[in-house]
Design a protein around this ligand. Structure first.
Ligand SMILES: [Zn+2]
Ligand SMILES: [Zn+2]
Length: 399
């Protein structure tokens, strides 16, 4: 069966995470987003593991269930060189055991523990306990594996089980790198809150025999990922090279000449787009035969927010979002499938925006330096001037 899975989120115990990130809030939101399997995130945090255990029933083989939602244990660690690695863990007992073994000063206070391990030690730890592992948001400039290494093999001295693309990249970009041809790609939300524009904003569709750790392992190992759903990479907050303080987009070569310092005094961070061009072997993607399609999305709540010029978490936006989901089942269908005439009956403003999304006439001021990309309709006068100041890119990557 095909399972929609978002395998990387953070609980309320992670830094900068919403206090609402608890099982009871995640379950209904996952259902609305059409996700059947969620990673718990923060799987090495003992208090979070207790909450997971208390809030769910154990269904066997590493699956913790609550109503329509199944959870599997996942965790992100920050290791040597500030590189983030993602673990998928066989069960809660193993998660506790690894947590005990981790030498980390902050593991009791932060859901994402800092450890002094290199890639090899991360790989060995994962192998010792039968976990799946791989680099999280592999190309991002602060904590992605490729910010330090030119090759995934230099980091792990072996092949990781998967590579998480991160919000600022897609498989068209990553398949320009030859060494990634035989590594499965994961697309996960890395959500820090349960809001619908965060949770499940990226997810994987995986062919699994049943919902269990063994089936997920098989699915990933045997390239049974059938689709990656993810943001148009321009929307990611590290897509372009930009200043981390004033968010001005920069030409990467100009930034290098200026020693990655902005006029405003801020630090410039290299965009994922440019980092991939540095390590790429090919100008165009070479998709291996096992690579699934990458379905480009933008959060429906943001499309509604743009239409009404209102914040994504406002009542207006959330009510329209819920109405559309109730009527048409899930966000992907609203964005991609449902006839515009039907959406028109519910909300004629939103249908114009969705039409623009579908025919690719929607404009994106690309993200960079830690600021998400922003969408706007062409020639729409109600958008602030900042869109006009920023470079409007073509949607070459968007198909
Ligand atoms: Zn991370
Ligand atoms: Zn600046």
């Amino acid at each position: 069966m095909l399972i929609n899975a978002d395998l990387h989120i953070h609980s309320r115990f992670s830094m900068a995470s919403s206090k609402d990130m608890v099982i009871n809030n995640i379950v209904p939101q996952a259902k609305l987003k059409g996700l059947q399997l969620m990673g718990t995130g923060d799987g090495f945090h003992l208090s979070w593991l207790n909450i997971v255990e208390e809030s769910t029933t154990y269904s066997g083989d590493g699956i913790y269930s609550k109503k329509s939602c199944d959870f599997i244990l996942t965790a992100e660690v920050e290791a040597k060189n500030r590189i983030h690695h993602l673990f998928i863990i066989p069960n809660i007992e193993i998660a506790r055991e690894i947590s005990e073994r981790l030498s980390s000063k902050n593991k009791d206070v932060d859901g994402r523990p800092r450890v002094d391990m290199d890639g090899c030690e991360i790989k060995d730890l994962a192998r010792d306990y039968g976990c799946l592992f791989g680099p999280a948001h592999a190309f991002t400039p602060w904590t992605g594996m490729y910010k330090t290494y030119a090759s995934v093999y230099d980091c792990y001295h072996g092949k990781p089980d998967f590579l998480e693309l991160g919000l600022s990249a897609d498989s068209n970009m990553a398949d320009r790198v030859k060494e990634l041809q035989n590594i499965p790609f994961l697309t996960n939300s890395d959500a820090h809150s349960p809001w619908p524009h965060r949770l499940g904003r990226e997810f994987n569709q995986i062919e699994m025999e049943d919902i269990s750790f063994s089936s997920l392992r098989k699915g990933i190992k045997n390239n049974e990922i059938k689709a990656n759903h993810g943001l148009i990479p321009n929307l990611g907050k590290y897509h372009m090279t930009a200043c981390t303080k004033c968010y001005q987009l920069m030409d990467p070569l100009f930034a290098k000449e200026n020693k990655m310092k902005c006029d405003c005094g801020g630090i410039i961070k290299k965009g994922v787009d440019f980092r991939i061009s540095e390590i790429a072997d090919w100008d165009k993607p070479h998709h291996p035969s096992h690579r699934p399609p990458y379905i480009h999305l933008m959060p429906l709540a943001e499309v509604i927010g743009m239409t009404y010029n209102k914040g994504v978490t406002t009542k207006t936006v959330q009510n329209i979002w819920k109405k559309l989901i109730r009527e048409f089942n899930n966000e992907i269908d609203v964005l991609i499938k449902v006839p515009l005439s039907k959406i028109d009956e519910i909300d004629d403003g939103v249908s114009i925006a969705i039409k623009a999304f579908r025919d690719k006439s929607i404009h994106i001021a690309p993200g960079g330096g830690g600021k998400y990309g922003e969408i706007s309709l062409d020639d729409v006068s109600n958008k602030e001037i900042k869109f006009k100041k920023r470079k409007q890119l073509t949607l070459d990557n968007f198909n």
